[in-house]
Design a protein around this ligand. Structure first.
Ligand SMILES: [Zn+2]
Length: 385
């Protein structure tokens, strides 16, 4: 059975090893060593990656007590080589995972809720708890978690004897069948866990609760720790700096600045609507009443104003009241109404006259026309209905 160096030293990043076996496997070559510092996926923590001599370690899984390294190329059996972890990635995961134990331990001790789901994603962790926590309670937990980071408490991980285990009260997600490994943060948490952890809470650096949402009768909390928290801060800093530059507001004052922009936008929209309606009045007033068709073109009207203009023109003509918005280049959006004619029946003839597509109700049809303004004018005015 492979000796698991990550159990005794979570900070071992480089180690000498001997290749015991190497076999072709799905996606590469399965390599077993006499001992390893590569942590196989487990306990919610992803597998380590890194290098074994000249080859890359892509994935690590535990199978029947053996740690199997999936490598991108074969290695000769018996070879003595150096294993090298992608240690920054491992450290980031340990910071997050140890931070998770602190938060889950605090929640368990203060509220009695269990951690019933744990996912370590690429951007943050999600922790599911069996009861609801308010945002104020979560902020208080975050403050306490960071105090514990500053206290730089030792984190102990060990395999207790059966007698010792029976005497201890520890958190555990499932009934464990293998030898139980415990991870202890004194006064905070005692939890069964197979993953490597930082040595002292100070190494976690920072614990940041990002948000929470109700989830299956409890709460799902997003948390980020350590270097990942710093990286997220940098990404958000970049984003907020850009926003503050665009709004000419200080970084801490972008919210009121955005509110101001939204208010201005609403006022502009209201003014624009009022101007549109004034334009509709003028355009309608400029048309003399007729028993024939009325055709108007405009490039500014939105659909609501266009419809309103058609309504006004319908009062003034016995034939088609047609308003086209757009341009010869972009094409024309049309609304055509009539007091007297059944446009649903006529839509085929109308569309043919203006190279259009569209339809609607007997009183009004809408659509788009591909013909030019001159062609449309001639087409509509040439319709005898
Ligand atoms: Zn754990």
């Amino acid at each position: 059975m492979t000796e698991k160096l990550y159990y005794s030293d979570s900070h071992l990043a480089v180690f000498p090893a001997r290749v015991l076996s190497c076999e072709a496997a799905k996606g590469g070559f399965a390599v077993v060593l006499d001992h390893t510092a590569f942590f196989p996926e487990g306990g919610g923590q992803s597998a380590d990656t890194g290098a074994l001599g000249p080859v890359r370690v892509l994935d690590v899984q535990e199978r029947g007590g053996e740690v199997v390294h999936l490598c991108d190329a074969p290695l000769p059996v018996g070879a003595e080589l150096e294993g090298r972890l992608d240690f920054e990635q491992r450290l980031r995961r340990m910071q997050n995972h140890s931070g998770e134990h602190i938060v889950s331990g605090l929640v368990h001790r203060r509220f009695g809720f269990d951690n019933v789901g744990f996912h370590m994603g690429s951007d943050c962790m999600t922790l599911d708890f069996s009861g609801e926590l308010s945002w104020e309670e979560l902020q208080d937990l975050e403050r306490r978690a960071n105090e514990l980071v500053r206290e730089n408490l030792p984190i102990r991980a060990w395999f207790p004897s059966e007698e010792e285990l029976a005497s201890l009260d520890y958190r555990s997600k499932k009934e464990l069948t293998q030898a139980v490994r415990l991870v202890q943060i004194p006064g905070v948490d005692l939890c069964a866990c197979c993953a490597p952890h930082v040595s002292r809470t100070g190494e976690i650096g920072a614990v940041k609760i990002l948000d929470s949402q109700r989830h299956r009768g409890g709460v799902r909390v997003s948390v980020i720790c350590g270097m990942d928290a710093l990286a997220l801060f940098s990404a958000w800093q970049e984003s907020i700096t850009e926003i503050s530059r665009l709004l000419s507001a200080k970084r801490g004052e972008v919210a009121p600045a955005v509110r101001r922009v939204l208010l201005e936008q609403q006022q502009t929209r209201e003014r624009c609507d009022a101007l549109s309606m004034a334009l509709v009045e003028r355009l309608a007033a400029g048309c003399a009443s007729t028993e024939g068709h009325l055709v108007l073109f405009d490039s500014l009207l939105d659909e609501i104003a266009q419809r309103e203009l058609v309504n006004r023109l319908m009062e003034k003509c016995g034939g088609l009241a047609a308003v086209f918005c757009g341009s010869d280049e972009a094409g024309w959006r049309y609304i055509i109404g009539s007091r007297a004619l059944d446009l649903r029946k006529l839509s085929g003839v109308v569309n043919e006259a203006i190279r259009g597509r569209g339809g609607g109700k007997p009183q009004m049809i809408t659509g788009r026309a591909a013909a030019s303004r001159l062609e449309i004018e001639a087409g509509i005015n040439g319709l005898i209905v």
